[in-house]
Write a protein that binds this ligand. Sequence first.
Ligand SMILES: [Ca+2]
Ligand SMILES: [Ca+2]
Ligand SMILES: [Ca+2]
Ligand SMILES: [Ca+2]
Length: 572
Amino acid sequence: MDSITLKAKKTMEKIHDSRNIKLNIFLSCVVIAVLVILSAPPAVAEYNFNGVPFTDQLDDVEHGTVDGSVYVDGGHGIGPSPYTQSFNVPEGEVRWARLYVGVWGGNEVKTGRVDVTFNGKELETLDLEGEADTNSNVYCSGHGVYWIYYKVADNTTSGPIDAVVTTSGAIDGRVYGIVLVAVIEEKDGTDVPEVQYWINEGNVNLHGPGWSGEHGTNDEAVAEFDGTVDIDKFVAARLAVVYLTGTPGLNDYLYFNDEKLCDGDNCDDIANSKKSFDIKTFDVIDYIEKEANKATFELGDEDYVHPVLAVLSLHTEEEGDSDLTVSNVAVPILYTGSTNTISATIENIGDDPAYGFQAALYVDSEVVSTASISSLVVDRNKTVDFTWKPDREGEHILWVYVDHFDKKAELCEINNNNTPLTVNVIDFTPPEIEIDQPEDGEIVDTDVITISGTIEDTSKNITVLVNGAPVILSGKKWSAPVSLYYGYNKIIVNAVDGANNSATEFVLVRSLVHPNVEPDSIPSEESKGIIDTAMTVVKAPVDKIGRLFFVVVVLIIIVSIAAVYWWRKRLK
Ligand SMILES: [Ca+2]
Ligand SMILES: [Ca+2]
Ligand SMILES: [Ca+2]
Ligand SMILES: [Ca+2]
């Protein structure tokens, strides 16, 4: 009895065990399948308005360690096709390299083509399909913003090389910029520095609700640099980022492990190039954590901004000995009241590359504009643009100063600006006259009024005339009494600046004060003069019609009498 019960119990346990095993196998398969689905890289990069391949993060496409360097460089802002960008790749063996090209489609419906020649070799031709795009190496998001990569490790060589992009078809086809990222191994040298790196790419469309609001908002994206870091080993850390379609003056933010990053003293407008393309490098050594480092891009006040690349690199060697200089400053004819562009060539004549620094344009000892440079290798130069809107004409002293905050320790610190230039600013803009009162077409019951308004001009030497008579300007404001005649009066205001640019404005004012009437009595329909005028104008045609009617009636009566007389005579 006992043995039978025991046997049955054992059999039951066996059945139960085998069920458990089957269930476990089944559950394991489900878990593996889910993991495979979750971890599988997207086979095709399908268009998505909010971002490709992800709407909220850049994709980690490569990370590792190399004895050598990680080269990240590019430029230079939106421009027409064909579009050329030069690079200068460090010595060594290229282990990994991608060339990135940003193209503006115009909208997500238009289609076109892109051809790239890199280092003398033609790369594959791509058909850009907008919202129908499925090219695995094309990230298209938003209203037709393309970020395209090409694997170029086999075609990247040390020294100066060029990339030329040609676009065609219905797309807008302008190029935002071209970027090269290359992991370079130095096998020969001694004491080659070690670099740990992460390369994250994609095309996230950070945007507000827009006019229609149909796409909602997408206001944050991250780049995660997974894995652990031996903090004690590294003495330098750099984060290089690239944005498309950023706008200067519209705030946007970048964080590294929740620390806000600054570009010089600018912490609130990281994507700030007026050329819709930003490449910037930040020193993040103070913020590195042992694991799970990340960068966070925030939309801020931007309408649209696309973070497309984030490269983190940790270095066992400090940044080397650079020496930055300003080798040329190009000044156009300068006008007051307009935004003038001044370009400067910044050169590195030191022994090592410099990363993430700024230059400033000084006018009369004040900083009026700054520019950011992501990196500059030895014996190369980069041209940066400054803008300046002068507020007065005449002479100014102008110079460009590189590394004006002295964040970089250089071989020489006293060669960082050009010889100050004395420039002359021309005033070509006539004064802007605003007449506040009276309003144009105003009807008044007085024969003297006060006309007043303002003058806007950069010139301090302004003459204002009202109906030819000079009036006094108090700051921007002016006013003058004007005598009016009965009826319509044209009051002319004329302003001339110090450079003889003149402007004219006028208002029409109707005075109801008749010259024969007391100024304080209001003319009305009952007044004799006006009624008389009305009688002559209105009654005359009525009289003519009345007289004509009278004549016709008289004629009819005469004819009728004659007819009756003739009829009676015939009856007799
Ligand atoms: Ca911005
Ligand atoms: Ca220097
Ligand atoms: Ca310095
Ligand atoms: Ca002027």
